[in-house]
Design a protein around this ligand. Sequence first.
Ligand SMILES: [Fe+2]
Ligand SMILES: [Fe+2]
Length: 282
Amino acid sequence: MKLGSQAHKELFCNQFKATHRVFEPEELPWPELGESDLARLRAVPFWQEVFHTERRAGAIVRAFAETVHDPLLREAIDLQGYEEARHARLIRVMIERYGLEAKEQPVEKLPDDAVTAFVDFGYGECFDAFLGFGVFKIARQSRFLPDALFALFDVLMHEETRHIVFFVNWMAYHEVERGRGAAPLRALTSVYYYARALGRLVGTVRRGAESDGVNFSATQADVFLDDFSVRRLVRECLSENARRMAEFDPDLLRPRLLPALGRIASSALRLWPERRPSPQPV
Ligand SMILES: [Fe+2]
Ligand SMILES: [Fe+2]
């Protein structure tokens, strides 16, 4: 498959369209939650951030779609915008159903350059999804919340995986179109945008920690944090990434930089003890 070719474009657009699922968030099988599950769900400090991020995502992707002239690309990007807006609706349904504390904040003015906004957003999604794969797996295995709820979140994770596969293919296509398709140049471009995405992620985490993230870790998250170690996180990110990426056509590109860095980190962390031995009773 020649990157940037008509066949490449048709493959990544058509696969994206073919794997779109039709559903309405209100009609998903939302489970009844008991008091302790509700308390745990309500203590998660980032619902407001997630809700806002998804609303902003829908706005960025749809604004970009309006600037795209190629009908097939436009249709696929429009569909992604629809899915992002539906993520926001899904989070809204959850907030209302379970009485979560998350306000709707106005979406800030979008950047004038819709292409750069979409590219920045795309690399950010690659970052969030890769880390999210591992966190999601650990949280699900620790039974932090009922599995029926994780099954619903998995719908969202699956769509985010489709988004990042679509994005890395679109990005390669876009770079070839601009005469910047050489592999080293594309790698450098990726590093540049990943660094920007990391900067934004660090900012978000810092803001979260300054608000109520500390309370969360000290109270409701024990179940989750007991199972947590950086080494395990990296391992789960890698294995979940491999599992989720395996379902896509082998001719499509996948995000490569973060898994490569993850493998290096995983090898380095193997030299570290998994967990400090717990003190023995005397
Ligand atoms: Fe989303
Ligand atoms: Fe997305």
